[in-house]
Design a binder for this molecule. Structure first.
Ligand code: SF4
Length: 369
């Protein structure tokens, strides 16, 4: 039976017909999907795209998080993680501390490390080069996903270098891929409120463009459930899709539900509902037909919702993320790491086949050899 024949909702049926014929959905279709209550129909369309790309496989990673400092010049209102140097609890990890944490995590069998931190004016490029080299020495084949576009822009300005040179030096020191953070929501009127000093959407996209042309694969995120409107979500998705048409450098799109505890944003919104999350993830899957993976970070949406989303367009459950600090500072109540057996169980219980991988999406064998 054709997909469209299974869809009850008439407007969504027209979208299903396009998707079956590989016709990219337009902005009106996107608005329809972001506002529908017919989520089973929407899910069927998103799963059609997901299955075409990944069949019955669901990916997960065994990784650790490294937040090297929480001291940040920008102090974005949306951020519960950052602080000033004089604040209680501020820290910068020394290379010895980093070495100890990585050795510990490597001995427990991680394949990947995810590194992001605040914008610290005294951490020059050699600190990051030595950090990456030290991690590589501990485990030469570890997959390193490091520093957001916001950090690359800052490193370039702080060290009086071009972004291209910063990227080249950090790639040479060990970076394999770039995480998608800092995208927030592209719309300037929202960005001015939630992260007024952060680089603009245009600059974020420009840095991703440069990284893609240098051969790096990157993620892209979208922060939702704060002050954005449906139009802002549509704008965000289409700007990602447009750049991807040019570069094909985005591997994964990662929607992130905003947590407002300890931030200076009073969104006056409650936590997302199940339908909110499903609409965002399923719509992203359909609109971003040219981005291979849609990832749900279970520590943002909760393990149970992440499992449900595997049947609404998501193919990547994210990883174990030992030591995640950013979303937990903002009130996430999930544990700060999940074990590999628990992630596999969640995936298999959803009727799918778990595949251990990294942000590069090699298989376990490719990851470890
Ligand atoms: S969101 Fe990032 S750039 Fe903004 S204050 Fe927090 S750590 Fe700094």
């Amino acid at each position: 039976m054709k997909l469209a024949d299974t869809i009850q909702d008439r407007t969504l049926r027209a979208i299903a017909e396009k998707v079956e014929q590989d016709i990219p959905v337009d902005q009106m279709d996107t608005r329809t999907m972001l506002t529908t209550t017919s989520i089973l129909d929407l899910g069927a369309i998103a799963q059609f795209v997901r299955r075409r790309l990944h069949g019955n496989i669901a990916y997960y990673g065994v990784n650790m998080n490294m937040n090297y400092t929480n001291i940040c010049e920008l102090r974005c209102p949306l951020c519960a993680f950052s602080c000033d140097e004089s604040d209680d609890g501020s820290y910068v990890l020394s290379l010895d501390e980093i070495k100890e944490r990585v050795e510990d995590a490597v001995s427990s069998g991680i394949d990947e490390i995810h590194i992001v931190g605040g914008l610290h004016p005294r951490l020059k490029l050699d600190y990051f080069e030595r950090m990456l080299q030290c991690i590589r020495e501990i485990k030469p084949d570890i997959f390193i996903v490091a520093f957001t576009a916001v950090e690359y822009d800052y490193f370039a300005r702080l060290n009086n270098l071009s972004v291209e040179i910063v990227l080249r030096r950090l790639i040479d020191a060990g970076v394999n891929a770039i995480p998608g953070g800092g995208a927030e929501i592209f719309s300037p009127h929202v960005r001015e409120t939630i992260a007024p000093k952060k680089i603009s959407a245009v600059r974020w996209l420009e840095i991703m463009h440069i990284a893609h042309t240098m051969g790096l694969k990157t993620n892209a995120t979208m922060l939702y459930n704060h002050q954005e409107r449906v139009d802002d979500v549509i704008d965000h998705l289409f700007r990602i899709r447009t750049l991807q048409d040019k570069t094909h450098g985005f591997k994964t799109f990662v929607p992130l539900a905003f947590h407002e505890t300890n931030t200076r944003i009073h969104a006056h919104r409650r936590e997302t509902t199940g339908y909110d999350d499903i609409r965002i993830y399923a719509t992203s899957r359909v609109v971003l037909h040219n981005v291979p993976h849609i990832k749900a970070l279970w520590m943002y949406v909760g393990e149970k919702m992440a499992q449900v989303l595997l049947n609404f367009g998501v193919d990547d459950m994210s990883g174990t993320y030992n030591n995640e600090k950013v979303v937990h500072a903002a009130g996430a109540r999930t544990p700060d790491y999940g074990s590999e057996p628990s992630l596999r169980r969640i995936i298999m219980d959803a009727g799918m086949v778990p595949q251990r991988t990294t942000a590069g999406y090699g298989t376990k064998a490719e990851v470890t050899t």
